[in-house]
Ligand binder design. Structure first.
Ligand code: PMP
Length: 391
């Protein structure tokens, strides 16, 4: 039976990691894998997380089961950061912990399907796992172009899609720091998106995996808060894996906003049943560590400082790239007003290969680069290599 299975193509980024590891050139540059790196090229555990973990080890008195909803202390402590001053929208928002943002997206799509959603609109390119999840949950995926050639968001199309979407359809948008393009909606564009949702039957599904890595925690939540204020119902998938540096610990949450508080229990019971059938309950450790931080003023201050340092470093890299302006056939200026860990360079397959072969620069085949893979010590080399392969 199992021998009927056909081999699946390996994950392209994981293959790239192996090639990079095997490259012996001392000045190699990894712009592939999507993790934050310091100026020294490291991805350290946050000091705030270390402090929270130390307290957890000392004080945790049981590892008995929680429920499918995980650590609700974590889920609730995060809410003011995501939703702002009225974090439950008058009792209409509740959430549950999930295995990373991936688990949250998966659960969002699955519960949307259970509620009768038959198609999901989403801008492309997107995080590749979005399409994989939609296909795996077996829901119709309707792509539209996310970006214009000049590196700005294709706002006309997204507004059209939202307005034209009918009952039984959802629109999935990235909350901030779009992966892979770095192209976010401006505040004015979010205002228009919120107004379009208000006039549409479509269910908004908002995926926010990089809050605080764009312009700031509140700034990066602008779009989510605007949309939620305008619509009766929404799903919000959240990841703490980037903004707390918890990648492998799989820390995420799914929030649901119901039409009214009375509608929440039925929705949550569906989420619980779906989670139970998928992973039973989420891994505890990372969410517990985030809860400890958010319930302690000193640790919270430390986390905010670490997040601000990351954000400022990525902004410096973006500013330096934008300053370079025209590089070979590329215009790097748009990278200066894009956000977060990623941007996409319009390079051909040959140019990407040449960067790897001749300059030991590794990036995804889509031209996506991890901004945090660049630093003072390698950015000039990167810019001149781009000039060479595209000139
Ligand atoms: N959504 C988007 C847009 C992402 O880029 C990612 C992470 N790459 C996720 C969700 C999932 O994050 P996690 O690692 O927490 O599963």
């Amino acid at each position: 039976m199992l021998d009927r299975l056909k081999p699946q193509s390996p994950d392209a980024l994981l293959a790239l990691i192996k090639l990079y590891a095997a490259d012996e050139r001392a000045d190699k540059i990894d712009l592939g894998v999507g993790v934050y790196r310091t100026n020294e090229g490291d991805t350290p555990v946050f000091a705030a997380i270390k402090a929270a973990e130390a307290r957890l080890v000392a004080e945790q008195d049981s590892k008995s089961y929680l429920g499918p909803e995980g650590d609700l202390g974590f889920v609730h402590a995060l809410m003011p950061y995501v939703f702002g001053d009225d974090p439950t929208m008058g009792g209409r928002i509740e959430g549950m912990q999930t295995p990373g943002g991936t688990g949250a997206v998966r659960l969002a799509v699955a519960v949307a399907k259970q509620a009768g959603v038959t198609a999901i609109h989403m801008g492309t390119p997107s995080w590749p796992n979005h399409a994989q999840i939609l296909s795996d949950v077996v829901i119709d995926f309707k792509p539209f172009d996310h970006a214009n050639d000049d590196g700005t968001a294709n706002i006309d199309t997204v507004l059209q899609v939202i307005r034209a979407a009918s009952e039984g359809e959802a629109v999935l948008l990235h909350g901030c720091c779009h992966n892979p393009t770095g192209i976010d909606y401006t505040d004015d564009q979010w205002d228009a998106i919120a107004a379009a949702f208000a006039d549409s039957a479509a269910l908004p599904i908002l995926d926010i995996a990089y809050q605080g890595l764009g312009h700031g925690l509140d700034e990066d939540a602008y779009g989510i808060r605007k949309v939620l204020a305008a619509v009766p119902e929404a799903l919000v998938a959240y990841s703490c894996d980037k903004n707390f540096g918890m990648y492998r610990d799989r820390v995420g949450a799914l929030y649901v906003m119901a039409r009214d508080a009375d509608g929440l229990p039925a929705i949550l019971s569906n989420l619980n049943a779906l989670a139970r059938a998928s992973w039973s309950m989420p891994p505890d450790h990372g969410g517990a560590a985030v809860r400890v931080i958010l319930n302690d003023a000193d640790m919270t201050a430390q986390w905010l400082e670490e997040l601000a340092t990351m954000r400022a470093r990525m902004r410096r890299v973006r500013d330096r790239l934008a300053e370079a302006g025209d590089v070979g056939s590329l215009d790097l200026r748009p990278l200066g007003h894009q956000n977060g860990l990623f941007s996409v360079l319009p390079l051909s397959k040959d140019q990407i290969q040449q960067l790897r072969d001749d300059h030991a620069i590794y990036m995804a085949g889509s031209g996506r680069i991890n901004i945090a893979g660049l630093h003072q010590g390698n950015i000039d080399k990167f810019i001149s290599a781009l000039a060479e392969v595209t000139g």
